[in-house]
Design a protein around this ligand. Structure first.
Ligand code: ADP
Ligand code: F6P
Length: 320
C-alpha cells in the first residue's frame, strides 16, 4: 500500500495520540503516505482528511484525548454509510485504514474491510472490554487516575469515619472497578459481570466492620452495576453509618497517558502499519502475554474475556 488513513472512533482514551504518532511515523518510514481522518467514521464519510507528516504528530505523545477527534456515527451502522466511507477513501487514494477505538468501532472496521477497504483495528478504550487482548490503550492510565482520586477520598473518609461509595466507568465491564478495588483496598466492589446481594455483600461487611471498630469503608461500583448516589443513601439509611457518593465520570477518560499506555500504543501502531504494508486487512491488533499479535476482526470480536475469578476473590479476601 502506498497511502493509508488513520482515525479514532468511539469513546476516546489516553494513549490514542501515541498510537496516531506511531502509525504516522511507521508508515512514513515505510515510504507510505498517511492521511489523518478527523472525527472518526463521520469524517471518513464526509472527507474530513488531512495529510500527515512527521511534524504533524510532534508534541502529542504525552497528551490525552485524540488530535484527530472522535465521534459516534450512527450512519455508519448502515451499509450505505460504510459504502460512502469506502468511496471517499478511494477518491483520496487511500488503500487501507487504521481504526483506533473500541468494540463498536471494530464492527465498523469489519464492515469497511468486507466492503473493500482493508482495515486494521487498534484497541483504544479505557474499559479494557475487548476479549482478544490482555489490555487496551487507556486502561492503565484510567486506573492511575481513579487510584489518585480514591486515595484523596480515603483521606476525608478517615477524618469523618464515613463510608465512601465511588462510581467508576464501565457500562458493560467492571475491569476498572475490580482493579482499583484491589489497588485501593475497597471493602466491596460491584461489577456488571457479577450479581450481588445488597444486604450480604454490602451492608453486612459494613455492620460487622463497625462492630470490629472499623472507622471507614470504601465501596467501588462500576456504572453498569448501579448508582453510587442511591447506594450511599441506602447504606446510611440502613446502617446509620454516614455515607458519601462520588461519581468520577469523565476525568477517567483524560490525562497524560502512562508509560505503559505510551509503549502499548507505540507497539500496536507499528504492528498495524506492518499488516497494511503487507496488504493485510480485517485484523485487530492485540497484546497477549506481552507479545503484540493480531486476529481476524470477527474472530477477535467473538473472543470472550472473563473477569478473572482470582481478581474478585483477591478483592474480597484482602478487604477483610
Ligand atoms: P466504541 O468503539 O468505543 O465501542 P461505539 O460503540 O460508540 O464506541 O462505536 C463507535 C462507532 O462505531 C459508532 O458510532 C458507529 O459509527 C460504529 N459502529 C458501532 N457499532 C457498529 C456496528 N455494529 N456496525 C457498524 N458500525 C458500528
Ligand atoms: O467506552 C468508554 C466509556 O468511557 C464508558 O466507560 C462510558 O460508559 C462511556 O464511554 C461514556 O460515553 P460518553 O463519553 O459518550 O458519555
Amino acid at each position: 500500500m502506498r497511502k493509508i488513513g488513520v482515525l479514532t472512533s468511539g469513546g476516546d482514551a489516553p494513549g490514542m495520540n501515541a498510537a496516531i504518532r506511531s502509525v504516522v511515523r511507521a508508515a512514513l518510514s515505510n515510504g507510505m503516505e498517511v492521511c489523518g481522518i478527523r472525527k472518526g467514521y463521520t469524517g471518513l464519510i464526509n472527507g474530513m482528511f488531512m495529510e500527515m507528516n512527521a511534524r504533524s504528530v510532534s508534541d502529542i505523545l504525552h497528551r490525552g484525548g485524540t488530535v484527530l477527534q472522535s465521534s459516534r456515527c450512527p450512519e455508519f451502522r448502515e451499509m450505505s454509510g460504510v459504502k460512502k466511507g469506502v468511496e471517499m477513501a478511494h477518491r483520496m487514494g487511500i488503500e487501507g485504514v487504521v481504526v483506533i477505538g473500541g468494540d463498536g468501532s471494530f464492527r465498523g472496521a469489519r464492515d469497511l474491510s468486507l466492503a473493500g477497504l482493508p482495515t486494521v483495528g487498534i484497541p483504544g478504550t479505557i474499559d479494557n472490554d475487548i476479549g482478544c487482548t490482555d489490555t487496551t490503550i487507556g486502561f492503565d492510565t484510567a486506573l492511575d487516575t481513579v487510584k489518585d482520586a480514591i486515595d484523596k477520598i480515603r483521606d476525608t473518609a478517615q477524618s469523618h469515619e464515613r463510608c465512601s461509595v465511588i462510581e467508576v466507568m464501565g457500562r458493560g465491564a467492571g475491569y476498572i472497578a475490580a482493579y482499583v478495588a484491589i489497588a485501593c483496598g475497597a471493602e466491596a466492589v460491584l461489577i456488571p459481570e457479577k450479581s450481588y446481594n445488597f444486604e450480604k455483600d454490602i451492608l453486612e461487611p459494613i455492620i460487622e466492620g463497625k462492630k470490629r471498630g472499623k472507622e471507614n469503608n470504601l465501596i467501588i461500583v462500576a456504572e453498569g452495576a448501579g448508582g453510587a448516589i442511591e447506594i450511599a443513601e441506602k447504606i446510611e439509611e440502613v446502617t446509620g453509618v454516614e455515607a458519601r457518593a462520588t461519581v468520577l465520570g469523565h476525568i477517567q477518560r483524560g490525562g497524560s497517558p502512562t508509560v505503559n499506555d505510551r509503549m502499548l500504543a507505540s507497539r500496536m501502531g507499528m504492528h498495524a502499519v506492518r499488516l497494511l504494508h503487507e496488504g493485510k486487512g480485517n485484523r485487530i491488533v492485540a497484546i497477549k502475554n506481552n507479545a503484540i499479535v493480531d486476529y481476524d476482526i470477527l474472530e477477535g470480536l467473538a473472543m470472550k474475556k472473563t473477569m478473572q475469578e482470582d481478581i474478585l476473590n483477591m478483592a474480597s479476601v484482602l478487604s477483610l
